[in-house]
Design a protein around this ligand. Structure first.
Ligand code: ADP
Ligand code: MG
Length: 573
């Protein structure tokens, strides 16, 4: 074929792929447009995870009627005039690509009225072809409706995840923008249900309570004021004991823009260094304001990537600010650890003095349980009959088997036992359910409610009986009999609790994953003293397991030191 310049319609469809990766990208672009138009109220409606409909309405400045047809043209913007303007961008948009991209791959309708006009106007576009502008009586502001996203891009449509997953992306996006713009009132409706609302009062803690829960919001630490004049940081970070098993709750906005920036995460995590266990991550929402000249925002069409001119300084300032907030808070992180190691009779008395070495970037002082030899943890196979010897640190059982010494992590072991009992009862249809005397209502945050919604049927087949009881409230009527006596709220919360890092709700083994989460929550904790009969019982149950050597999350339940290895260690061989 000879070389030819592609027709506009084809080139915008290609470009659209970079701007719009999934429904939440559309939501992001439309929210950014509303914010650029100084809206104080933004309402987002979503149907079928955004596939069927995304509608964003704002009360911003609106688009003048005679500019409406231009708004959907490629590289048409009211926010940038010269290439030099790129060096000091103050708005979220500037590429003039969003509406044209969205219009190229959906059925788009824009209705808008600016304060200069007494009537508004409506423009429709389908697969890149715009119709005539019609006049329409509407209130001040703009409403953009996007229907049948990717209807003409089958490859992209098939690539989309389940509705529930797309909804979760959208919820995460909207709640973050609400947190970044507390003075703007956001409302999110998914499938006709209001799942999130912020008042626009300007109070970030109030929004944190909406997103997480009241306790978390209360415990979040506010960053101290200050920092160099060129870089302002505001925001909230969680104290070390409030943590997650993945990085999803690390949020960064730079000049009002949500960015994915590895160096910012790294700075934060370094500040938490030694305060968090390996594999645990804090909840963080930081809002940086920096001179626009210090920043390149034109890295990618989706505008989620940025480059700092002086990334070293940014790193240091963020790291110091977070550290300062952490040090400012009272209890030392290792109190918990000390209590865990105190045995039942000798409670830790008075105040446990803070171990200040933990605040410095030294290696954590760890208590080594591993003996000098080479302990072996085996990944499969049954365990022999074990005789309990005792408990160490209220966390590990010591047991003797015919082939040597066993150290057993009581929590991991119990997780494994419960998991196998639960799964086998479920498989054989023997999972009994017990009606609660009093139904219990539980409230969830917007993201959490999505997860419950997604697992709703599964849970109801899992010995639970749960029903809808308000927009984000559920009522527990029954729980699996084997978990009777446990706090039903706790049980249900474990389902929405933080995911393991390697856990994806899309994996086929969804049942097993949910079961593993419930069992993790219910299992006996490290630090819990077990009486001899309880130790005995745990070992017997573990022996009965099909895969006794790992917990359902794949970590070892036991360390085995063979007779042979013991003899070698003591120089008997
Ligand atoms: P950009 O935001 O990069 O300028 P867009 O394609 O997103 O490009 O929007 C094109 C133009 O349409 C904007 O520059 C703005 O003038 C106008 N516009 C889009 N959405 C809105 C809105 N919600 N309110 C007011 N004007 C809008
Ligand atoms: Mg835009």
């Amino acid at each position: 074929m000879p070389i030819e310049i592609l027709p506009e319609q084809v080139s915008s469809a290609i470009a659209a792929g970079e701007v719009v990766e999934r429904p939440s990208s559309v939501v992001k672009e439309l929210i950014e447009n509303a914010l650029d138009a100084n809206a104080t109220r933004i309402e987002i409606e979503v149907e079928e995870g955004g596939r069927r409909l995304i509608r964003v309405s704002d009360n911003g400045e609106g688009i003048p009627n005679d500019e409406l047809n231009l708004s959907v043209a490629r590289f048409a913007t009211s926010k940038l005039r010269t290439a030099d303007d790129l060096n000091h961008i103050q708005t979220l948009g500037f590429r003039g690509e969003a509406l044209s991209s969205i219009g190229a791959i959906s059925m788009l309708e824009i209705a808008s009225r600016s304060n200069k006009a007494t009537v508004g106007a409506l423009l429709k576009m389908e697969g890149g072809t715009a119709g005539e502008v019609e006049s329409l009586g509407i209130p001040l502001g703009t409403q953009v409706s996007v229907r049948n996203l990717f209807f003409n891009v089958p490859a992209r449509r098939e690539f989309l995840k389940t509705d529930a997953t797309e909804r979760r992306w959208i919820t995460a996006l909207v709640t973050r923008y609400a947190l970044a713009y507390p003075q703007v009132g956001f409302t999110l409706m998914q499938e006709g249900r209001e799942v999130f609302r912020s008042s626009g009062s300007g109070d970030r803690r109030e929004i944190l309570a909406e997103i997480y829960d009241l306790d978390t919001a209360r415990e979040m630490l506010r960053l101290p004021e200050g920092g160099p004049a060129t870089l302002e940081i505001e925001g909230f970070i969680s104290p070390p004991h409030v943590n997650r098993s993945n990085r999803r709750e690390l949020t960064f906005f730079v000049n009002g823009r949500w960015v994915q920036e590895a160096s910012l995460s790294a700075a934060v995590l370094q500040a938490y260094h030694t305060l968090l266990m390996v594999g645990r991550y804090p909840i963080v929402a930081l809002f940086l304001t920096i001179e626009p000249e210090e920043l390149d925002v034109n890295v990618h069409p989706a505008k989620a990537e940025i480059r700092f001119k002086d990334s070293g300084t940014v790193f240091a300032v963020v790291q110091r600010a977070v550290r300062a907030a952490l040090i400012g808070q009272a209890p030392a992180p290792n109190v918990d650890f000390a209590q865990r190691w105190a045995s039942k009779g000798q409670e830790v008395k008075g105040e446990v003095s803070a171990d200040w070495s933990l605040w410095h970037d030294s290696e954590p002082s760890s208590i080594e349980l591993e003996p000098a030899g080479q302990p072996t943890t085996l990944s499969s196979g049954n365990v022999p009959l074990l005789r309990p010897v005792g408990q160490v640190g209220a966390s590990y059982l010591v047991a003797e088997g015919p082939d040597g010494l066993y150290l057993i992590d009581q929590h991991a072991a119990h997780e494994r036992i419960l998991f196998e009992q639960f799964m086998s009862a479920n498989r054989s249809g023997e999972l009994e359910s017990q009606q609660l005397l009093e139904p219990i209502a539980v409230d969830f945050g917007p993201g959490e409610a999505d997860t419950i919604e997604e697992q709703f049927d599964l849970l109801n087949n899992f010995g639970f009986n749960i029903e809808h009881f308000g927009p984000r409230t559920y009522r527990i009527l029954a729980v699996p009999t084997m978990f009777l006596g446990r706090d039903p709220t706790e049980l249900l919360r474990s389902v929405v609790g933080d995911f393991e890092e390697d856990e994806s709700p899309l994996e086929s083994e969804i049942e097993a994953r949910i079961a593993a989460r419930i069992c993790k929550r219910v299992a006996v904790k490290a630090g819990q003293v077990l009486a001899r009969p309880e130790q005995e019982r745990l070992l017997r149950d573990l022996e009965a397991c099909a895969a006794p050597r790992t917990c359902p999350h794949g970590r070892p339940t036991m360390i085995h030191i063979s007779v042979d290895s013991l003899e070698r260690q003591f120089g008997r061989r």
